[in-house]
Design a protein around this ligand. Structure first.
Ligand SMILES: Nc1ncnc2c1ncn2[C@@H]1O[C@H](COP(=O)(O)OP(=O)(O)OP(=O)(O)O)[C@@H](O)[C@H]1O
Ligand SMILES: [Mg+2]
Length: 368
């Protein structure tokens, strides 16, 4: 359509205008100078200005501050179709999210104009924003899940290592001893009287049975049963005994438990002590290792392992693949308590821990 009343396609202007007015979109036709030639009812609904207020006037009111829209209008005049998501200001200054299409059309005195069709995109953009937020939340959840999985895998890996350590502690020495005994017997067999050989073999069979029993204990976690059946002090005393055999240091165990801790706390305490004692036996080269266990608060437990060995620098201890100290901390924290590890080269190591216990009503935490 043109100001002169001829239609764009030969259709009567009145029916074409009626059609454009009926569209659920803002339809605006501008001439080459940006003067409004047509302003649909949809444009009034979307932007607030009426046909009377706009037709025959320059259109910068809708392009105010929107340079890219002005540039797009220029390109449309050159014959290019443009499509964009943008924000327009309506008559009251409110920002309106719109999808805009700009297309060249024959209009105005020069026969060159631009048709601008804008549709309200507020709902779609809101839906997009909601979708993005949901995706962000999903990504956060996924990251959390991955972290948990990594911790879980770490925990599995540690348990596997503890099992390997159990097999090492309980079993390998026995099997090595048994192999040596059999080797020795086979070397001496030609010169041994049959009764002495029988004695040797009987002792070897007993050692093999012992090794099998220990292996079963480890695999079935039966040492945990001992812990449950006989209590923490007996289990720790057996642990201390094994460490004594292993490294030849003097081990002293002091205990003042008023009550047996609950099973969860007892297992955590045992594992922490096992790590602290294994470290003392493996790394400290100590003369004396002192272990103490004391009830603390209602159902709580405080423990201490102190050696007079060579000590270490904390920064050097945190090496990849050395997880014992970190596992001790993790266990204590899993039980709601803490571990404090103090060491200096040449000045020994002290590991102290506190576990509040599950039955604790209001644990009185000992001062650290
Ligand atoms: N009581 C100790 N005396 C001397 N050095 C120690 C003692 N405890 C720990 N360390 C040092 O700290 C390091 C880290 O100990 P950590 O228990 O984390 O690992 P690890 O014992 O080497 O290996 P694992 O992961 O099997 O426990 C040890 O390698 C050792 O150098
Ligand atoms: Mg260790």
């Amino acid at each position: 359509m043109t100001a002169a009343g001829t239609s764009l396609s030969g259709a009567p202007v009145s029916s074409l205008s009626a059609l454009l007015h009926a569209l659920p979109a803002a339809v605006i036709v501008l001439d080459a100078d940006g003067c409004v030639l047509f302003w649909s009812r949809g444009a009034e609904d979307l932007l607030g200005w009426t046909e009377e207020e706009t037709v025959g006037r320059q259109a910068p009111f809708i392009e105010r501050g929107i340079d890219h829209l002005r540039e797009a209008r220029g390109r449309a005049l050159e014959g290019e179709h443009q499509r964009m998501d943008t924000v327009l200001a309506d008559k009251t200054g409110r920002r309106v999210d719109v999808d805009v299409v700009l297309a060249p059309c024959p209009a105005g005195e020069e026969g060159r104009g631009v048709a601008l069709i804008a549709t309200d995109a507020a709902e779609r953009r809101q839906a997009q924003r909601d979708l993005r937020r949901a995706l962000d939340r999903l990504e956060e959840g996924e990251a959390e899940r991955r972290q948990l999985l990594a911790r879980l895998v770490g925990a599995h890996e540690r348990e596997r290592r503890l099992l390997a350590a159990d097999i090492h502690d309980y079993l390998l020495q026995e099997l090595t001893g048994l192999a040596l005994r059999l080797e020795h017997a086979s070397l001496r067999a030609p010169s041994l009287p049959p009764s002495a050989l029988a004695e040797e073999l009987k002792a070897a069979a007993a050692a093999a049975r012992d090794a099998v029993r220990r292996l079963r204990d480890v695999l079935l976690g039966l040492w945990q049963e001992t812990l449950e059946r006989e209590g923490l002090v007996v289990a720790v005393a057996a642990l201390v005994e094994r460490m004594r055999e292993r490294c030849g240091a003097r081990f002293l165990l002091h205990h003042r438990l008023q009550a047996e801790p609950d099973p969860h706390t007892r297992l955590l305490a045992y594992r922490i002590l096992q790590e602290a004692l294994t470290n003392a036996a493996n790394h400290a080269r100590a003369a004396v290792v002192e272990v103490s266990l004391t009830s603390a608060g209602k159902g709580g437990l405080a423990g201490r392992v102190a050696d007079d060995g060579r000590g270490f620098v904390a920064a050097d201890a945190a090496r990849p693949g050395h997880l014992g100290l970190a596992a001790m901390r993790e266990r204590a924290e899993a039980g709601g308590g803490w571990v404090d590890i103090r060491s200096r080269p040449g000045a020994g190591t002290v590991v102290e821990f506190f576990l509040p216990g599950r039955s604790a009503v209001s644990p009185t935490e000992p001062s650290r």
